[in-house]
Design a protein around this ligand. Structure first.
Ligand code: ZN
Length: 563
């Protein structure tokens, strides 16, 4: 090692030490001094903005400073970052940032976009709805919308209870909330009113009839209201029935429900005589008679509790035919002033005539035909195998004489003209008429009859205009080979008196019933001959009679001659 100048060594070392010390101090200060960038918000760190409003950032400022050096703050620029969407509620953060000389600082602000506006809600339909009790309420609903959430009608909630059965006012509350919890509500009044009147039900008949003098007992009633229930006790009854006096009485039943709906019903009670007259028949209830005897009523009386003697008003309906056997009913009826009818009946048995002879012969003779009835008469005779004698006239039915003859009946001559004044004018006139008819018969039947019957019979008095003519003719006809027949039983079916067929038959039956030989005068120019003949035959056969035709040797049944 080389020697060194030690004399410089010490100051250099001191100097170097001082430098080193200063350097260390400087470095120490450098390390102790802290620089800061501080960002400071203008306004509140949390800012609320109404939805839809605009957001104006109040901004921020920043300073740069050190703890030892640069203690005087230095403004530095601030940048802000962050998006605030005022069209959407929510919390947004805005970042503020500043940097200087490598030192930075930041701050944040919360921007709260909120909706504080309540939804709008409006009733559809009427605010007050009035309904009759029992009717279902059809809610027209509400319309609701929100500035933020838009259409909210479907979110409306309804609260409130309805009792359609009970009259009263009910409130329905419609409420809606947006998603921010803002609510709105409206109310509707539903008023149930009782508009239905009560119902009165009458027990018993609404139209009653009572007998005079009886007593009226109210059958009762019920009243029911749809809202008030059984209100029978509130029914008022007006009117009264006087059962001692005939007439129609009205009873009025009235009731009203709590809502004032009123109902009235009426019952009519008619007081009248309801007892029919007492109808009494005198004599037997069954009267037996033989035909030909007129039925005479044995009598009756009618007495009514109110109207007194009504015998004169009794209606008697008799079906009795005194000429026809049978069982008949005679009915009696009488009606009092109140319409009560009493009836009674009596039986009348008409018994047939019984024959008083046995084995009698009946000659049925028919004059003045043929007629429109003759063919039917032939059918009846044929049905029973009975033959008869026809004393014919020149009617418009001459051809029927052929049927008569062919059926085996006897034909005799009555007259061509049957004109009393012509034929009884002289003997010559009579025989002209007689032969003329004989020829007509011959032309239709091939027969020339010699059996004759004088028009009017040999006993006639109509020929008085020619005195003695019948005395002369009755001898002359026999001398000329004719045989004349009168009758001993007259059916009385001619002569201008109208008789029913049953009477005609009766006349014959009565006449033949006590004769062993009967020449019966009938007329087939009258319709009564049909049924009468059938009954006569039935009676005769049942009573042992035989029917025969007249011949030349038959009994003439001659009358006494009056002229
Ligand atoms: Zn005659």
């Amino acid at each position: 090692m080389k020697p060194t100048n030690n004399r410089w060594m010490i100051p250099i070392i001191i100097f170097l030490s001082l430098v080193l010390l200063g350097l260390v101090g400087f470095l120490f200060l450098l390390n102790v001094n802290v620089y800061t960038v501080q960002v400071m918000l203008s306004g509140d760190p949390v800012v609320t903005v109404e939805y839809g409003d605009s957001f104006r950032d109040p901004g921020a400022s920043a300073v740069y400073f050190g703890t030892i050096f640069q203690q005087e703050p230095l403004d530095v620029p601030v940048t802000a970052e962050g998006i605030v969407d005022v069209s959407k509620i929510g919390d947004y953060v805005v970042h503020y940032y500043a940097e200087y000389e490598g030192v930075s600082g930041s701050e944040t602000r919360t921007v709260r976009v909120v909706d504080t506006v309540a939804p709008e809600i409006a009733l559809l339909g009427e605010e007050t709805v009035t309904l009759p009790v029992g009717e279902e309420f059809q809610d027209p609903g509400c319309a609701a919308s929100d500035n933020y959430n838009g259409e909210l009608s479907d979110s409306v909630t309804v609260t409130g209870e309805l009792d359609p059965a009970a009259p009263g006012t009910y409130i329905l509350t419609y409420q809606v909330a947006d998603e921010s919890g803002n609510t709105a509500q409206v109310t509707r009044s539903v008023i149930y009113v009782d508009v239905t009147a009560p119902v009165i039900t009458l027990l018993g008949d609404t139209e009653m009839e009572l007998d005079n003098g009886s007593s009226y007992e109210e059958p009762g009633f019920t009243a029911v209201d749809d809202c008030d229930g059984d209100i029978t006790q509130q029914v008022t009854l007006e009117g009264a029935v006087n059962t001692d006096e005939a007439g129609t009485y009205t009873l009025t039943y009235t009731v009203a429900d709590a809502a004032g709906n009123s109902t009235t019903v009426v019952r009519t009670v008619t007081v009248k005589d309801m007892v029919p007259p007492e109808l009494t028949l005198y004599g037997d209830s069954v009267v037996r008679l033989v035909i030909g005897n007129a039925y005479s009523d044995p009598g009756y009386s009618a007495l009514d509790n109110c109207d007194g003697d009504l015998t004169g008003q009794v209606e008697v309906v008799s079906e009795v035919n005194m000429y026809l056997p049978g069982t008949y009913t005679v009915t009696y009826s009488v009606t009092d002033a109140s319409g009560n009818t009493a009836t009674a009946s009596r039986t009348v048995v008409m018994e047939d005539i019984q024959a008083r002879v046995s084995g009698g012969v009946i000659y049925l003779t028919y004059d003045d035909g043929p007629s429109s009835y003759t063919s039917r008469l032939l059918e009846i005779l044929d049905r029973y195998g009975v033959k008869a004698t026809f004393f014919v006239v020149n009617t418009g039915y001459a051809s029927v004489m052929t049927e008569v003859a062919n059926a085996g009946h006897a034909i005799g001559i009555h007259s061509t003209t049957h004109d009393f004044y012509e034929i009884y004018a002289s003997e010559e006139a009579y025989f002209n008429d007689l032969y003329r008819m004989q020829n007509i018969i011959a032309s239709y039947t091939g027969l020339s009859p010699v059996l004759i019957r004088f028009p009017g019979g040999s006993s006639n008095t109509i020929s008085y205009f020619n005195p003695g003519i019948m005395s002369r003719l009755s001898k002359l006809v026999e001398e000329k080979g004719f045989r004349y027949f009168d009758w001993n039983v007259d059916s009385r079916d001619a002569g201008g008196v109208t008789h029913g067929w049953a009477e005609v038959a009766y006349n014959v039956i009565r006449g033949v019933s006590n004769r062993s030989s009967s020449v019966v005068l009938m007329h087939d120019s009258h319709g009564t001959c049909l049924k009468a003949t059938e009954r006569i035959i039935q009676w005769g056969l049942a009573n042992g009679y035989t029917f025969a035709v007249l011949n030349f040797n038959s009994p003439g049944a001659h009358h006494g001659i009056n002229n």
